[in-house]
Every structure is written in structure tokens, then in C-alpha cells.
Design a protein. Structure first.
Length: 392
């Protein structure tokens, strides 16, 4: 003969049951049946003060009389309750809009994560699930799949945080695979979407190109062939500017097309020709390229100037330029600046130019070249790509 296990109810369960009873206007027997409890238990909870009117009910049960509220006071209280509920429903919808079309389990998970902020009964009503279904789900043993997803979510948050919120699902998935985890890309994307783990949306990155000048313009030798057989075969050059509280900070970059590595950079307070010359000289000094290197840029005055072209010719470097007003001719460079702007959203706005300099230095040298996984080179880092080329 087996003994019947006695159910235990938390104070929260009792309070929510009484709140549902008093707000729904349904018979006590019906509410008790929905939660699978005896009607006398629900009646006792209400009398003992587990609901908003529980104290009044307890006083009434003890024989204490309360003065009835006037019609005006009753109407004010009713309107206040309606306003509070409307505000709560608005806040719930604002946080849970992406859960509305998902399965009931997703909505139950939202309720569980926010039950200390909002009333459970109100969340159930807004998300169109039953309170009894939520409590049944809450006390159900966690499945093996759910446990694995919870552990995977922790790893996703760790990788995402380590990247300073710069990684979307493809790079998070690649980073987890690099750690030896066997997990599907769609599963990673689904968990990130479900829990609101995302990167800032991309915005147009403004660039400076002054093509109204009298310098000679080189032909487009690259012709949108955005691949290279090895390092120091094709370089891309461009510049842009970063807003700070002290004014613009101008940034010039030279990128190796094979590894997508930033081989040189320069930052100045003005957009003078010395900016691009410094970046090019740094690239030549550090990389020591042989003759036949192709460098592609836009047709701005800084790249078409005599001193810049003379430095290229001195080292046997071919000069290539985009067509007028055609940003797609230097698409990898435009993509780089777009990623730079997006991924620096976490660090801005910059109060001083020095703040921007320090952040850009860490981003270019420590993160982008050595840590960031690049989709165009098979989710490797630029440093790894060059090491593989050197080993081959």
C-alpha cells in the first residue's frame, strides 16, 4: 500500500492563486480545480491574507468591521488598479515581444526570469498562457536537452562578453568550435536570439574622399578581385574619421588582402597628406614587401599626391585606384571600417582624442589582428592566417 504524498505550496504560489481568484471574477470552485487544489485550501489562503484583500478578509473573519468606501473613492481605486495593470502589461510586452510567437516553454522561461519583477498572473495573461501551466512547467524536472542548452547558454554569454559584445552568432559558433565544442550554428543562433544576445546594428561609416584635384589618377588594376595568393601581394588603403569631444580624429589604415591584417595605421588631428604617408611608410618598414606589390585605394588627393605615388614607385609597388564615386571597388576596406564603427559602439562616445587613440590601438593591434575571427578567411584570425602561410 502506497502512501499519498502531501503537496507543499510556497507563499508565492498561495499569493498568486488568491490574486488570480480575486482578479478573474470566476467562482472559487473553478479556480481551485484549475490549480488542482481543494476549494477549502484556497478559501483559507484568502482568509489568512495571501491576497491583496487578504488583510481585510482576515479582519472581517475576526469580526472587525471596516468602513465602506464612498462611490468616488471606490472608483478612484478601480481606476488606479486599471492604470497600474496597464502600465505593467506595457512593460511586460516591451520586454517579451519576441516571446509572443514562440512556444509556451519560451514564455514560461520569460515568466520564470521576471517573476521577481512582475506579477506571475499578469505575465501569464499578457503572454496568453495559463498560470497552472506555468507552475506545472516550473515543478517539472529539467530535461537533459534543457540542461545542455543552459550550459551552452553560459558558454555563449562568456564568448560574447569576452568579445565585448562584438560577436554575432557565426563568430560565437566558430569560437565554441575552436574550443572543441560540437554544437550546431543554428542552435547557437536560436539561443542568442531567444535570450536577446546580439551585437549593435551596423550604421553607415562616413569616409573622406576628395577626388576634386589635379593629380594623376591610376587605373583600377585590382578590378574587384578580392583575393590574393599570399601576404604582401595586395594591400588596400583608406582613411576615415572618428568623432570625439575635442573634434575629429582621422585614421588611415593599410590592410593586407590575403590575411585581412591591419599592417599599418596612422592617427592625426588633421587630414593632411602626412597622415596617409605615415601609414604607408609604417607598412613598408614593418613588412619589407618585394617588387610587384599592388596597392589599391580610392582616388582621394592624399593617395594621388606626388609624394605618395613617389614612395610607392621607390619600392616597386603598383598603384591602383577605384573608379570615381564607386565604393564597391574597395569593398573589403569599406567592410573593415563598417565593422570598426559597429564594434566600437561599446567603447564610445569618446570624450578626448586620446581616449579614441587608446581604444583604436587596442582594437587594431590586440583584438582585430590577433583575436577577432574573420569570416572572409574561414573564421581565423589575421595573425593565424599569416602563420599558416609562413608554415606553408
Amino acid at each position: 500500500m502506497t502512501s499519498k504524498t502531501r503537496r507543499e505550496f510556497t507563499e508565492e504560489f498561495k499569493r498568486e492563486a488568491v490574486l488570480l481568484l480575486e482578479s478573474s471574477g470566476r467562482p472559487l470552485m473553478q479556480v481551485a480545480k484549475e490549480f488542482g487544489i481543494h476549494p477549502s485550501m484556497l478559501r483559507n489562503w484568502r482568509a489568512r491574507g495571501h491576497g491583496p484583500t487578504g488583510s481585510a478578509a482576515g479582519q472581517a473573519a475576526a469580526g472587525k468591521k471596516m468602513l465602506p468606501a464612498s462611490p468616488e473613492q471606490a472608483e478612484i481605486r478601480r481606476l488606479q488598479k486599471e492604470l497600474e495593470r496597464a502600465q505593467m502589461e506595457r512593460d511586460i510586452l516591451k520586454k517579451a515581444n519576441r516571446y509572443l510567437l514562440g512556444p509556451a516553454e519560451m514564455r514560461f522561461r520569460f515568466i520564470e526570469d521576471h517573476r521577481k519583477t512582475f506579477l506571475v498572473r499578469v505575465m501569464c495573461s499578457v503572454l496568453e498562457v495559463s498560470a497552472s501551466g506555468y507552475y506545472a512547467w516550473r515543478h517539472r524536472p529539467e530535461s537533459i536537452r534543457s540542461q545542455a542548452s543552459r550550459a551552452l547558454l553560459g558558454d555563449i554569454r562568456r564568448v560574447h562578453t569576452k568579445s565585448r559584445r562584438r560577436y554575432g552568432s557565426p563568430r560565437v559558433h566558430a569560437a565554441l568550435q575552436a574550443e572543441g565544442q560540437r554544437v550546431g550554428r543554428n542552435r547557437v543562433a536560436r539561443l542568442m536570439r531567444r535570450h536577446g544576445i546580439a551585437v549593435p546594428s551596423k550604421r553607415r561609416f562616413r569616409v573622406t574622399t576628395d577626388s576634386k584635384h589635379g593629380f594623376p589618377v591610376a587605373p583600377n588594376l585590382l578590378n574587384r578581385k578580392f583575393t590574393a595568393p599570399g601576404p604582401n601581394k595586395v594591400w588596400l588603403a583608406d582613411m576615415t574619421y572618428i568623432p570625439t569631444g575635442e573634434g575629429w580624429l582621422y585614421l588611415a589604415v593599410v590592410l593586407d588582402l590575403f590575411s585581412r591584417k591591419v599592417v599599418s595605421w596612422a592617427m592625426r588631428e588633421t587630414i593632411a597628406q602626412e597622415l596617409t604617408l605615415s601609414a604607408l611608410q609604417m607598412a613598408i618598414t614593418n613588412r619589407q614587401p618585394g617588387p610587384g606589390l599592388l596597392q589599391h585605394s580610392d582616388r582621394g588627393s592624399q593617395y594621388a599626391a606626388h609624394d605618395y605615388r613617389r614612395l610607392l614607385a621607390k619600392h616597386g609597388t603598383l598603384c591602383s585606384m577605384s573608379r570615381k564615386g564607386n565604393c564597391w571597388d574597395n569593398a573589403p576596406m569599406e567592410s573593415f571600417f563598417g565593422s570598426l564603427k559597429t564594434e566600437l559602439e561599446e567603447d564610445g562616445p569618446f570624450l578626448t582624442r586620446q581616449d579614441a587613440r587608446s581604444t583604436l590601438f587596442r582594437f587594431l593591434e590586440a583584438f582585430y589582428n590577433r583575436t577577432r575571427l574573420h569570416s572572409a578567411i574561414g573564421y581565423k584570425t589575421p595573425a593565424d592566417m599569416e602563420q599558416l602561410a609562413a608554415a606553408a
